[in-house]
Design a protein around this ligand. Structure first.
Ligand SMILES: Nc1nc2c(ncn2[C@@H]2O[C@H](COP(=O)(O)OP(=O)(O)OP(=O)(O)O)[C@@H](O)[C@H]2O)c(=O)[nH]1
Ligand SMILES: [Zn+2]
Length: 390
């Protein structure tokens, strides 16, 4: 079950998003691409993936979008552009054009703010569109260069129990080889995490684009920096955002289908070193044993909601992204933990633990002020203690 909220709800971060990062949903373009043989009707029960394409201003997001649309994929793809609005219109239309025809749905935006109302409205609008027009197979969403993809992701990371037709497939972050380093190193005056870093931290795939514009040494620098921020995501290097589509589409980054491959992937993640004092890093550790579901929730909520976990310098650990495979007492299957900002989810995978005595929890956390030893010890406490209250 997807969990959100907590005592800090409506805190600083959220307000910041409302003021700065609040996107408006705009337009939409779509391209129909079906083969001669009518590539079979899609399974009407099949859910539709959403891939979020994020990245700093001018990094190559639209280029990637266009590249995907023109590659052979036999998918009907809807494109959503998530942009800052200029006007103060309280209504925005969400339009999808297919085969030359334009369809639109009107979104009523509370306070003109999309991220606050899209959760009820945006999803609904997309579903309405599909009812009218027949399903599309895939949705690509390009965020603005300054957007926090976490806010966008949480719109689409919907509880499976709500029965939505749409699921979040993955977050792709495009970085400019030439200016990326500068953007990533920029320190915000208010001490907040800068947008470029946030985008890399949340990415399942990082595309270092425009490699034609830099020399190999520069490329190594930016690759190293990106890896130090996000030790989990796959890093690709491209010109004109040309990627193998299998690297960016149908990743299943947020669902339990990734259980089997996730185990292997997590084994290769390493704890990274910060490039600056307050940088975002990736921390990973392994702990043997099983936790009760209750204690596991407490561990995660202390970190994500209560924010009471501190490092040695007494700074609060800020987690942007959390991913792991854990063992819950009395559950025969491995459980995936996913977190984006304050939103998290525990979901059983189809993968059984082979040997009960060798159950290993593996967690990866991306964020600021993270201390591996402290986190690991907290987790050891989590699997050893019986009940929180006793
Ligand atoms: N030299 C070079 N230019 C590129 C490459 N990829 C994209 N560009 C150019 O970079 C510019 C910005 O690309 P876009 O795809 O519009 O970038 P974007 O991230 O969508 O930009 P915004 O939506 O404005 O934030 C365009 O002029 C592209 O043609 C590349 O690999 N090399
Ligand atoms: Zn663009």
């Amino acid at each position: 079950m997807l969990r959100t909220g907590g005592p800090q709800d409506g805190g600083e971060e959220e307000e910041e998003e409302e003021e700065e990062d609040c996107p408006e949903l705009v337009p939409i373009v779509v391209q129909q691409q079906q083969t001669e043989e009518e590539e079979g009707k899609p399974d009407p029960c099949a859910k539709i993936p959403v891939t979020i394409i994020t990245g700093y201003l001018g990094a190559g997001k639209t280029t990637l979008l266009n590249y995907i649309l023109t590659e052979q994929h036999n998918k009907r793809i809807a494109v959503i552009l998530n942009e800052f609005g200029e006007g103060s219109a309280l209504e925005k239309s969400l339009a999808v054009s297919q085969g030359g025809e334009l369809f639109e749905e009107w979104l009523e935006l509370r306070n003109g703010c999309l991220c606050c109302s899209v959760k009820d409205n945006g999803l609904k609008a997309i579903e309405n569109l599909m009812q009218k027009k027949g399903k599309f197979d895939y949705i690509l969403l390009e965020t603005t260069g300054l957007a926090d993809p976490g806010a966008v992701a949480s719109m689409f990371w919907v509880d499976a129990e709500l029965g939505s037709d749409i699921y979040l497939d993955g977050i792709v972050s495009v970085v400019d080889s030439k200016y990326g380093l500068k953007h990533l190193m920029e320190e915000k005056a208010d001490g907040l995490i800068n947008e470029a870093v946030r985008q890399v931290a949340l990415a399942d795939i990082v595309i270092i684009n425009k490699t034609d514009l830099v020399a190999e040494e520069e490329l190594i620098k930016i690759r190293t920096l990106i890896r130090s921020i996000n030790g989990l995501g796959k890093i690709l290097e491209t010109q004109r955002s040309r990627v193998d589509l299998s690297n960016v589409l149908d990743l299943h980054s947020f669902d339990n289908l990734s259980g089997i491959s996730l185990q292997k992937k997590l084994q290769h993640v390493q704890t990274t070193q910060p490039h600056l004092d307050k940088s975002i890093v990736t921390v990973t550790f392994e702990v043997l044993g099983s936790a009760t579901e209750e204690n596991l929730n407490i561990f995660i909520q202390n970190l994500l909601w209560e924010k009471i976990v501190k490092n040695k310098a007494d700074s609060t650990m800020e987690v942007i992204r959390l991913k792991g495979l854990v063992s819950i007492k009395d559950k025969p299957h491995q459980v995936i933990v996913q977190g984006v900002h304050e939103l998290y989810d525990l979901e059983e995978t189809p993968v059984r633990w082979e040997d009960d005595t060798e159950r290993t929890n593996r967690l990866v956390l991306i964020g600021r002020n993270l201390d591996k030893e402290i986190l690991k010890h907290l987790f050891i406490d989590t699997v050893t203690k019986k009940k929180e209250s006793s």
